[in-house]
Design a protein around this ligand. Structure first.
Ligand code: PMT
Length: 399
């Protein structure tokens, strides 16, 4: 594994990242940019790895280190990844050993950005991140916290434990769920509608009934469909980053989601209902904040519209994919939903496990097709589960 270190104050954490990686049994080769050398002493990395730390394309005994390093790597982890390094990587520049290694490798890449809030939020950086994610690069987005110079805000590199865990997840998911030949299955000209996130049903102006959905699964589906050339509309109740190159409609409630989905259904070829739509909402929304001193209110609930069931009723040639979030009797319950809602495919998620379902970056699923086929998708990153689902659906459209 290559540990790339670019020039930011967070580089001081790279020694701990290195140690933690080594404890997992990883053979780590550090590659430090010239700016990175100003923040972390190469000697520290050299004494921990027993390897000479490389920065330059020119002063190595290996005549072509920029290709040999990348070719041998099982993962390239860049922590910290500065705005400058990210921009060079996006542009395909090979101006130092780290940038050249990134360019000359087919290994998975994990970027851990660290920079000032203004730099992170700058449209140039955000666009670079979107483009790189679209190319399949993993990004562990920065957290909020104290930054160099005493500033506070988003831009702080994630903690070493989290970074190493993410790197391990990527390595573990090395059993691709999509085979390379099928990855070529394109969706040009296909109009895809995706829903994501958990809807919020207002109790009063400050409180709501919600659920744990982060929107990650639905956003990953939208990104994958767009990557394959589909024209994607994402109706999302999540604040999570949205993939580049798609139309995004933000909603809050089940009723808003229903309106947006139904108005686009006739112009869609495929619908993925990954959203966790509330099943119930308060019958009445209080116009002003309910006072604590009035005691706990008794909430009268009413059912929300079942959007997916309505799509199943109204569908003509559309291919409709539902999701099922289950804590028990996964396959039986999901199969019942597939039939009741008259859809083509249901993606059954076991949401009782800590590593799958809501919020986390990983998922496992069972695909249940209308014709009766069943396929298990083992634990993998949500981006990989999304790739597998979209690939299978693209295949079904071709048949
Ligand atoms: O967002 P993440 O944190 O990444 O988590 C992903 C996920 C677990 C939310 C996702 O993978 C998932 O399982 N989504 C479906 C969640 C859900 O609401 O399941 P359900 O079994 O209650 O609903 C079945 C289907 O009916 C779903 O496609 C749902 O979108 C749809 N539905 C449900 C209720 C309703 N009123 N209208 C609907 O359309």
């Amino acid at each position: 594994m290559i540990l790339g270190i670019s020039g930011g104050i967070a580089a001081y954490k790279s020694v701990e990242i290195l140690r933690r990686l080594q404890r997992t049994g990883a053979d780590v080769v550090p590659v430090v940019t010239e700016a990175g050398r100003k923040f972390v002493a190469p000697m520290a990395l050299e004494s921990l790895t027993g390897r000479r730390v490389s920065s330059s394309l020119w002063n190595d005994t290996d005549p072509i280190p920029h290709t040999s390093l990348g070719q041998r790597a099982d993962l390239i982890l860049v922590a910290p990844a500065t705005a400058d390094l990210i921009a060079r990587y996006r542009a395909g520049l090979a101006s130092d050993l780290l940038a050249a290694t990134l360019l000359a490798s087919r290994a998975p890449v994990l970027l851990c950005p660290a920079m000032h809030t203004e730099m992170w939020e700058h449209p140039a950086t955000q666009e670079n991140i979107d483009v790189l994610q679209g190319r399949g690069v993993h990004v562990l987005e920065p957290a909020e916290g104290s930054l160099a110079g005493g500033d506070m805000g988003i831009g702080r590199m994630r903690e070493p434990a989290e970074i190493v865990e993410k790197a391990q997840q990527i390595l573990l998911s090395d059993s691709p769920l999509t085979d390379l030949a099928d990855a070529a299955r394109r969706m040009e000209g296909v109009r895809v509608l995706v829903t994501a996130g958990g809807t919020r049903e207002s109790i009063d102006p400050v409180r709501f009934i919600g659920n744990r959905s982060s929107g990650k699964m639905g956003h990953a589906i939208a990104a994958e469909a767009a990557r394959r050339g589909a024209a994607v509309v994402l109706v999302t109740a999540s604040d999570a980053r949205t993939p580049a190159g798609i139309e995004v409609i933000r909603v809050q409630t089940a009723a808003e989601m229903e309106k947006e989905v139904l108005s686009r259904f006739a112009d869609s070829d495929v619908v993925f209902m990954a959203a966790a739509v509330a099943d119930f909402r308060p019958r009445v929304e209080a116009g002003s904040k309910i006072k604590k001193s009035d005691g706990p209110p008794l909430l009268e609930l009413e059912p929300t519209p079942d959007i997916l069931a309505r799509l199943g009723e109204e569908k003509a040639s559309q291919f409709v994919v539902g999701f099922a979030a289950e804590t028990d009797d996964l396959v039986e319950n999901a199969k019942a939903k597939l039939e009741r809602k008259k859809i083509d495919l249901i993606v059954a998620n076991d949401v009782s496990a800590a590593d799958s379902g809501f919020e986390v970056d990983t998922n496992r699923a069972v695909l249940l097709w209308r014709a009766g086929e069943v396929e298990d998708l083992p634990l993998a990153l949500k981006s990989e589960i999304a790739a597998a689902i979209v690939e299978r659906v693209a295949g079904a459209l071709e048949d």
